[in-house]
Design a protein around this ligand. Structure first.
Ligand code: HEM
Length: 489
């Protein structure tokens, strides 16, 4: 036993001595006790001031290299995309995904690659796929508008309506048909439950470090197990019943594209893709595609409450370019202020503050530092997006920062836009980026076109500052009530 322990500590020490410097830690816990568990990304930002753009922390024996500069993050995401494309394998995710591959957390291999490609093909954010998204969003927006008009200007918590509408869109894109109201309610409830247990500081975080603690600390494990059971209850059987209706000549929804990948693998004699993996892919898309957009929209409403001039500018643009008809995706090109406001929103809130942890797949280097294979990497997007080095007044919401002197949006290859990476980049880039941006545009344009927004209490406007958000999947502004008034009676 003592030889084994000695070997373990020797290996740990050797691994640490190879890595960049970082804050000194405590025995056993390392730096875990020094991190603000309500704002871990802010603690990491603080340390970057002292230890630089590339430093190492120790989370209960697990070494993590934190990257904070645009150059270091670009090197990891883009230049050395393959070498940084691994994911740390954690107890909780394996348990939640029933030890079967998925896209979000699996290491890149052939199955991962074909599944991610099929997801992107199935989401079809090009050609007639855009028309499908536009028509579907219009249908859902009509019900959404009706529901909020019905509140008749009385203050209410808008998150639920937004969350339902956004969820309905992604679920329809996956399954090729709209969910019933009951299915939708259960899915949204499950999402809240899952988001809570997977927050980076959520109950059960310690289980990733020491899985055996589930036999000792039952409460956290029970909460986590219940969220897994709730997800299973919702997802189990859906893939099987979808497969019964599958017709290769009539691809209807992302799941059909994933089923095709499964059939092709079988046909070509490749490793089997299990039905559980197909289920995991749909979990990936739903859990990643619901809260990210609904929370971003809530964050924007908070900005509008605090900076009504921003709303007025969007309304002027929408009135001039779109008028009274429903906004279309083709309007994006003619609405530079709205587009730039959405980019500023994604920068300001950075609600996936540390992206999803990466892991090195081989010995490599970043900014001249040697990083051994199997090292966890946190790309700190929070610091990247709030660093005074790149952004003037980073804690202020300034949509104009992405516009040139004539009011046109900077092109995607403009140096400032290249420092904005809310969806990551390279091999692990978010496959929902185009969908998220398109859906945000349609919602934002429609909200600004139809409504004015007032706080519940003029003397106590809820803050829009993202430093107040609580940790979850993704960062969440506190729940708030808002009065929504039609612009035209
Ligand atoms: C505002 C909305 C969204 C933001 C800010 C966002 C952000 C991100 C980020 C930062 C990552 C991690 C990238 C990395 O590890 O380097 C990611 C991964 C991912 N996102 Fe999104 N996302 C959004 C919406 C969506 C939507 C709508 C979907 C689904 C349709 C989606 C599906 C995924 C998936 C499947 C991955 C894992 C990709 C991989 O591991 O290779 N996301 N997203």
């Amino acid at each position: 036993m003592s030889t084994l322990l000695g070997l373990y500590y020797w290996k740990q020490h050797k691994h640490r001595s190879l890595l960049p410097d970082g804050p000194p830690g405590w025995p056993v816990f390392g730096n875990a006790l020094d991190i603000d568990t309500t704002q871990p990304h802010s603690s990491l930002m603080e340390w970057s001031r002292q230890y630089g753009d590339v430093y190492t922390i120790n989370l209960m024996g697990q070494y993590v290299v934190v990257l904070s500069s645009a150059e270091a993050i670009h090197e990891c995401f883009v230049t050395k995309s393959n070498e940084f494309a691994g994911r740390p394998q954690t107890f909780r995710y394996h348990y939640f995904l029933h030890h079967q591959p998925d896209v979000v957390l699996s290491n890149p291999d052939e199955q991962w690659y074909t599944a991610k490609k099929a997801m992107m093909q199935g989401l079809k954010m090009y050609g007639d796929g855009l028309q499908v998204l536009e028509d579907l969003t219009h249908d859902i927006l009509k019900d959404f508008i009706f529901a909020i008009e019905d509140k008749k200007g009385v203050a209410f918590d808008i998150l639920e309506d937004l969350h339902d509408a956004v969820t309905s869109i992604i679920a329809t894109l996956i399954y090729g048909k709209q969910l019933s109201n009951d299915e939708l309610r259960q899915l949204v409830t499950t999402d809240y439950q899952v988001s809570k247990v997977f927050a980076s500081n959520g109950p059960g975080y310690e289980l990733d470090m020491f899985p055996w603690l589930r036999f000792v600390s039952r409460k956290n494990f029970e909460d986590f197990k219940n969220a897994t059971l709730a997800a299973d209850k919702w997802f189990n059987g859906r893939v099987e019943s979808h497969k019964e209706k599958y017709e290769e000549s009539r691809m209807n929804g992302v799941l059909d594209y994933l089923i095709k990948v499964q059939k092709n693998a079988k046909h070509e004699g490749k490793a089997d893709i299990s039905d559980m993996s197909l289920e995991n892919y749909t979990k990936n898309l739903l859990f990643a595609g619901m809260s990210t957009t609904s929370r971003a929209l809530c964050a924007l409403l908070l900005v509008w409450l605090n900076q009504p001039d921003v709303l007025e500018k969007v309304q002027t643009e929408i009135d001039n370019v779109i008028g009274q008809r429903l906004p279309r995706l083709s309007d994006r090109l003619s609405c530079p202020f709205t587009e730039s406001m959405i980019l500023e929103l994604l920068r300001y809130i950075s609600h996936a503050p540390l992206a999803i942890p990466h892991e090195t797949t081989k010995d490599t280097e970043v900014q001249g530092y040697f990083i051994p294979k199997g090292t966890q990497i946190f790309p700190n997007l929070w610091t990247l997006h709030h660093s005074e080095r790149y952004w003037k007044n980073p804690w202020q919401f300034i949509p104009e920062r992405f516009l040139d002197k004539t009011g046109q949006l900077f092109p995607a290859d403009h140096p400032l836009r290249k420092k904005l990476l809310p969806f990551g980049a390279g091999r692990r880039v978010c496959p929902g980026e185009a969908l998220a941006k398109n859906r945000l545009f349609l919602f934002v344009a429609c909200l600004a076109q139809k409504f004015n927004f007032l706080p519940e209490d003029e003397s106590n406007i809820p803050t829009a500052d993202p430093r107040s958000y609580s940790i979850g999947l993704p960062l969440c502004p506190a729940r708030f009530k808002i009065r929504v008034l039609p612009r035209i009676e």
